[in-house]
Design a protein around this ligand. Structure first.
Ligand code: TYM
Length: 327
């Protein structure tokens, strides 16, 4: 069987450069070496309340972002999770295999539940079971994600191993692919928090769809550290975060970057970074506009058909192993 990749993003909020640098960029780089599945995970999005019209529109927008970022529909499969019912079915099965204590330990659940305080849905708790289902349905080898998904991947591996042990070899046990640089881009307004789609303050993130003036303004306002020289330095997280973004967007080495900024201050860093980001996003945003609605629908339909055929095969094996085969 070919080596497979699976990954996804939630169609909530606006995808930002953290999502691109931590995940999408690696999808694009790896898609020629692996058989790849990139999913818009709308069933994950509804673990917190969503406006139905907006969610449907966002699901298509996120698929368009995948394409504009360079995911090639001729080699990769792009689809929306709710088009493939096996995700929900396998998630139920995994809910019966995973333990409550394992789910309650997940830091993302604890953070989100704390922020929401009341009316936390059961879906928010079992979110990682659905994520494990996404991955295991496709007999995935590698899951390219940012640092914040590492714990969910470890749980996916544990669940796959438990199922294989209890019911017989059924799932491939996947590895996470987490990049060395870019796996955790921090918020521009607070370098102790990761850049987030759902943060109320939009100044903390550069959306992939921000215009030039917005990008300049957000970088200008970005928090920096004390000191003046522009170097990679773990004790100065705000500047190091900006430098990492610069490094990934320009493809320059840390040495080249430090010598470029020698004798220049933070203002220069922010302004060069803003220009590099604008340059980087220009062709991306043009491609976004060029992708027609019909083309998008065709891609998503073809993607769902392909995904469904593989997911159905895995589900057949799961049902048989567990004895849930109907009458
Ligand atoms: P989501 O939608 O929050 O984020 C999409 C991807 O972007 C990465 N990411 C970041 N990387 C670097 N810096 C940041 N500040 C940053 N913020 C987000 C995420 O790690 C992710 O790779 N649960 C997932 C979606 C999902 C999924 C899956 C992923 C559902 N099923 C199966 C992989 C495989 C999520 O909420 O990602």
């Amino acid at each position: 069987m070919p080596k497979r990749i699976f990954s996804g993003a939630q169609p909530t909020g606006n995808l930002h450069i953290g999502n691109y640098l931590g995940a999408l960029r690696n999808w694009v780089a790896l898609q020629h070496e692996y058989e790849s599945f990139f999913c818009v995970v709308d069933l994950h999005a509804i673990t917190v309340p969503q406006d139905p019209k907006e969610l449907a529109a966002k699901s298509r927008e996120v698929a368009r972002i995948y394409l504009a970022a360079g995911v090639d529909p001729n080699v990769s499969t792009i689809f929306v999770q709710s088009d493939v019912q096996e995700h929900a079915e396998l998630a139920w099965v995994i809910n019966c295999v995973v333990r409550i204590s394992e789910l309650e330990r997940m830091t993302q659940y604890k953070d989100k539940a704390k922020r929401q305080r009341e009316n936390v849905s059961v879906g928010l708790l079992t979110y990682p079971a659905l994520m494990a289902a996404d991955i295991l349905l496709y007999q995935t080898d590698l899951v390219p994600v940012g640092q914040d998904q590492k714990q969910h991947l470890e749980l996916t591996r544990d669940v796959a191993e438990r199922f294989n042990r209890d019911y017989g070899e059924t799932f491939r046990v996947p590895d996470a692919f987490i990049p060395k640089v870019g796996a955790k881009i921090m918020a521009l307004d607070d370098p102790s928090k990761k850049m987030s789609k759902s943060d109320e303050n939009a100044n903390g993130r550069i959306s992939l769809l921000d215009d030039a003036a917005t990008i300049r303004r957000k970088f200008k306002r970005a928090v920096t550290d004390s000191g003046t020289d522009v170097r990679f330095d773990a004790s100065r997280p705000a500047v190091t975060n900006l430098l990492s973004v610069f490094q990934l967007l320009t493809g320059k080495t840390p040495e080249e970057i430090e010598s470029h900024f020698a004798g220049k201050g933070y203002a220069q860093l922010k302004s060069d970074l803003a220009e590099a980001t604008i340059e980087f996003l220009r062709p991306f945003q043009e491609r976004m506009r060029d992708i027609g609605d019909e083309e998008l629908s065709r891609t998503l339909k073809g993607g769902a058909d392909k995904a469904r055929s593989i997911a159905a095969e895995t589900m057949r094996a799961v049902r048989e192993r567990m004895g849930i085969v109907g009458a």
